[in-house]
Design a protein around this ligand. Structure first.
Ligand code: SAM
Length: 323
């Protein structure tokens, strides 16, 4: 379907839980997290109903995220059912990779086409520090298992944080040279607790300078159709991508909307406007009425976000909205 600005919207990102098995410093506060109450989290049946409804509106691509989606019980059965819904052409997952060593092949068998793995550092101590206790070896094993399982393409998401992992960019680039991995460097967004740490932000131009890629021409043919600008080079098995929500925002080609773990539809990640679908799903509304509500919210997707403005504040944690 189209929105009022003639953007074709066919991609739904679904946060299936706000819980996570890591506590990344830029994502979650140290002093306890206010988890959403259990009863407010959509059940798998409710999410599957919504997926069916949105396919009737022309949605084709679905990304399951969180929180940590692999940590929610019953995820494999849910993914299997979602992948069999007529109209679901692309079922994708975003994960921190901790549970991938044992789950990568099962995900492929359940019908997941491809996977994004978040990995900000290859250094075990730094990983423990930024995730407050995680084991990087599990994620690295998970990356290899995903490649073996054929979850193609495997993309690595690296959020670049000044004074933390800026010096590792060349090492990540080597991964893309040696493996069929799409390594995407992401600008830190001022969302949730990161809105207080604007000095940690590293612009894409600076990342390219570190990698000596200033003059290279971007390519746009890596499967995804998203906001990343990819660069690949002779002798590379994979590619390097850059995602910038701040220094060069991509609102005019944004093709996605988001469903929060508690069933709110967010037409724009960076706008606090939400439409309550949970209430609609749990009330008396028919599929047709819910489709109308959904279509109406998509129609009003904002033209662009204003995250660059000082006054902007992210009201929710990324794990609730679904990064
Ligand atoms: N647990 C899964 C994972 O780690 O991929 C999915 C949820 S996580 C919130 C999704 C992505 O959002 C991760 O790649 C994470 O690094 C990213 N993220 C969280 N806070 C961010 C921020 N302030 N700026 C940019 N990316 C952020």
């Amino acid at each position: 379907m189209q929105d009022q600005f003639k953007r074709r919207i066919e991609y739904l990102r679904i946060s299936i839980t706000d819980r996570c098995n890591l506590r990344c410093k830029y994502c979650m506060p140290e002093t306890g997290v206010n988890w959403l109450p259990h009863e407010s989290i959509l059940s798998y049946e409710e999410i599957l109903r919504l997926i069916r409804i949105t396919t009737s509106l022309g949605f084709k691509r679905f990304r399951i995220t969180g929180g940590e989606p692999l940590a929610r019980k019953g995820i494999l059965d849910f993914l299997g059912e979602a992948s069999r819904i007529p109209g679901v052409e692309d079922l994708m997952l975003t994960t921190n990779g901790i549970l991938l060593p044992e789950m990568a092949f099962d995900l492929k068998a359940a019908g997941v086409n491809r996977i994004n793995i978040s990995l900000d550092t290859l250094n075990p101590e730094r990983f423990r520090e930024i995730t407050r206790g995680g084991d990087v070896q599990k994620v690295i094993q998970g990356v290899y298992r995903s490649l073996e399982a054929g979850l193609h393409p495997v993309k690595l998401n690296v959020v670049v944080v000044r004074d933390f992992n800026r010096d590792e960019l060349p090492q990540f680039m080597e991964l893309a040279r040696n493996y069929p991995l799409h390594v995407r460097f992401i600008e830190l967004m001022p969302i949730g607790i990161s809105s207080e740490h604007r000095n940690d932000f590293v612009p894409i131009a600076e990342m390219k300078e570190i990698l000596g890629l200033e003059g290279m021409k971007p390519k746009r043919d890596i499967k995804g159709g998203g906001p990343a600008e990819y660069i690949t080079s002779e002798g590379f098995e994979g590619s390097i991508g850059f995602i910038s929500a701040l220094s060069r925002h991509f609102c005019d080609t944004c093709n996605r909307v988001r469903l929060t773990a508690d069933g709110k539809l967010r037409p724009c990640l960076h706008s606090a406007k939400e439409v309550d679908l949970c209430q609609a799903l749990r009330g008396e509304k028919t599929d047709k009425e819910i489709a109308e509500l959904f279509a109406e919210a998509v129609w009003h997707k904002p033209a662009e976000h204003h995250m660059n403005e000082e006054a902007w504040q992210g009201q929710r944690m990324m794990s609730q909205i679904g990064g």
